[in-house]
Design a protein around this ligand. Structure first.
Ligand SMILES: [Ca+2]
Ligand SMILES: [Ca+2]
Ligand SMILES: [Ca+2]
Ligand SMILES: [Ca+2]
Length: 575
């Protein structure tokens, strides 16, 4: 007894001494061996990962066409893990990225690539920095749906090069393009002439050269293929009108779209076209209809004609379509954005536990399908029950929140199938199991004390009713025999089933944190394997870098989970 008291006194002395020492401006915190002695800012979310918004701003000195193009996030293997459409040279992503791997912003049009280092604003400069050769970036895009070598030529009117102002060329001097004008003249402008910026590159066309006429290209496209075309149009003195015609010859080309634009902005036009069987030559014709000002040599500016394959006609070209043969599905993305999400819990809330964070450890990977507009179609979940150090019986549930971690105003779930059911008590809630021990096939704990076993994996699929573009899934625990006792990670709300009498009792400060900011659950986004602390081994002991990560609110030791003390963690190699 006396010995115990002495040790306690000694510990108190050490703690007091530590506190005093911390009051100095010494930036190096004292190393402690019990998480319960930590004090951490109340704002820290206890998540290891790059989680939040990234806003890309494109610097575009070469005037590459960026509007409505896709910008992507790719992983080290070059796999596209997310994409957004660029507007006004900017695009924003919500990311959940592991920090033990590298990720890049990638702009396919120019093949520019930039490593992601932080959240927030990222500026990216497009194009080669030296020795720029004037060219049209997208002059030979069609590679899949045609057997022809060069289906489109000089798409953005960058050839022939001329230094400034405007020129009238004979059609034989303009690669790829022909005109219906009887004098065979094609008029071209350079960027900035009469105050008009090129839509792409530094040159563009004026359809009305000396006559009201049409520009066209004769392309060799594979019969039976579906192609997707796009082009940009602008008025010169006011609202000019032209039309897009496609067919076997200039005479039989059929109307596709009317282009009508004023003189202040380029307008974007696009559509799909099915190349008829037997049609080996396809003519794309851009025909002047009317022009402001009444002079037939004035009007209808044109730039950046593109053709791509769109086999399923969903408006997403094959190159960007993760489901090129499914018109209802266009893109795959992931939660987390790459790797997997580990959530690790202490389950004695509202009382503190032993901080080994192995009472329940889940790893979660979600493959998300979206339509062409980015709306949710389907999500396939794989939730692995990695460790069960608990002695109590717990259930596992999930809530889907919007990207601000708020409840959706409406139900977004159409249907669920597989190893989970809808939560009858919570809209957009899911029950994975009412009792973990009843769900696993063979009893295992994977905590270094109880039996080891290959983790069971729960697989389920949610289909959505298209009311949302993104969701955050939150895995949480509840007590099998007391649904009102639910344990969330801090930063997430409790659900409709909570018994709020538990809040502010024992060690809880009302928000799933203690008065010193400690949580009952942590999150790790990880590309590698997470080895959990053995039973009753404090996570500060198992992972010496954890303490500074916590006290720096995640700013330092961002990869603490890669540096365990090897005999303090469970290291089981499951196939
Ligand atoms: Ca151009
Ligand atoms: Ca498509
Ligand atoms: Ca598709
Ligand atoms: Ca524990």
């Amino acid at each position: 007894m006396n010995a115990t008291k002495s040790i306690i006194l000694l510990l108190i002395t050490i703690v007091v001494f530590s506190c005093n020492k911390n009051n100095n401006d010494d930036p190096t915190p004292d190393v402690i061996d019990s998480m319960g002695d930590l004090e951490v800012s109340g704002d820290f979310n206890w998540s290891a990962g790059l989680i939040g918004e990234i806003t890309i701003t494109l610097n575009n000195p070469l005037n590459v066409s960026t509007e409505l193009e896709y910008i992507q996030i790719i992983n080290e293997q070059g796999v596209v893990i997310d994409r957004k459409i660029v507007h006004d040279n900017t695009a924003s992503f919500n990311v959940n990225l592991p920090q033990d791997a590298d990720f890049y912003i990638y702009f396919p049009v120019t093949e520019d690539q930039l490593k992601i280092e932080t959240l927030g604003s990222i500026a990216m400069t497009l194009g080669p920095t030296v020795d720029y050769v004037y060219r049209s970036y997208k002059s030979s895009e069609v590679v899949v749906c045609t057997s022809c070598d060069s289906p489109i030529e000089n798409a953005g009117g960058e050839l022939p090069y001329f230094p400034s102002g405007w020129r009238s060329f004979n059609e034989s001097d303009v690669p790829g393009w022909e005109t219906t004008a009887t004098d065979n003249k094609i008029e071209m402008w350079t960027d900035g002439f009469l105050g008009v910026p090129a839509q792409e590159g530094r040159q563009f066309f004026e359809l009305n050269a000396t006559q009201v006429a049409a520009l066209y290209q004769e392309l060799c496209l594979e019969p039976g293929a579906t192609i997707y075309w796009s082009v940009w149009h602008r008025g010169r003195k006011g609202v000019d009108v032209a039309q897009v015609m496609i067919g076997a010859t200039t005479e039989t080309a059929e109307f596709q779209a009317t282009m009508s634009d004023g003189k202040t902005e380029w307008g974007y036009y696009s559509g799909s076209y099915n190349v008829p069987e037997g049609q080996t030559t396809t003519v794309f014709k851009f025909e002047s209809v009317s022009a402001a000002g009444g002079n037939q040599s004035v009007g209808n500016l044109l730039d950046n004609f593109e053709i791509s394959c769109d086999a399923d006609g969903d408006g997403v070209i094959d190159r960007y379509d993760d489901f090129p043969d499914d018109p209802n599905s266009s893109f795959i993305s992931y939660f987390p954005s790459d790797g997997k999400q580990i959530v690790a819990f202490e389950d004695l809330w509202p009382s503190l536990g032993d901080f080994d964070f192995n009472d329940l450890i889940l790893s979660n990977q979600v493959e998300i399908t979206k339509d062409k507009d980015g709306n949710l179609i389907e999500a396939k979940f794989r939730v692995s029950i990695d460790a069960i150090g608990a002695s109590l019986d717990n259930g596992i549930a999930m809530m889907l929140y919007n990207s601000n971690v708020e409840v959706f105003t409406e139900n977004i779930i159409e249907e669920i199938s597989g190893d989970a059911i809808l939560d009858p008590e919570n809209t957009n809630g899911i029950i994975l199991t009412n009792d973990v021990f009843q769900t696993i096939n063979d009893r295992y704990q994977n905590n270094g004390v109880g039996p080891d076993g290959t983790p069971d994996t729960l697989r389920f699929t949610i289909s959505f009713n298209s009311n949302a573009e993104d969701f955050i899934p939150e895995l949480y625990l509840f007590r099998t025999n007391d649904r009102g006792l639910e344990i969330h990670r801090s930063g997430f709300p409790s659900t409709a089933t909570i018994n709020s009498d538990f809040f502010n009792t024992y060690d809880d400060a009302g928000n799933y944190k203690t008065s010193t900011g400690l949580p009952w659950g942590i999150e790790i986004l990880i590309d590698e394997i997470y080895k959990n602390p053995k039973e009753k081994v404090d996570i500060l002991i198992a992972y010496p870098e954890f303490q500074l990560w916590a006290t720096s609110e995640g700013a330092q030791n961002t990869e603490w989970y890669l540096a365990p003390v090897s005999d303090k963690v469970v290291d089981i190699n499951f196939d």
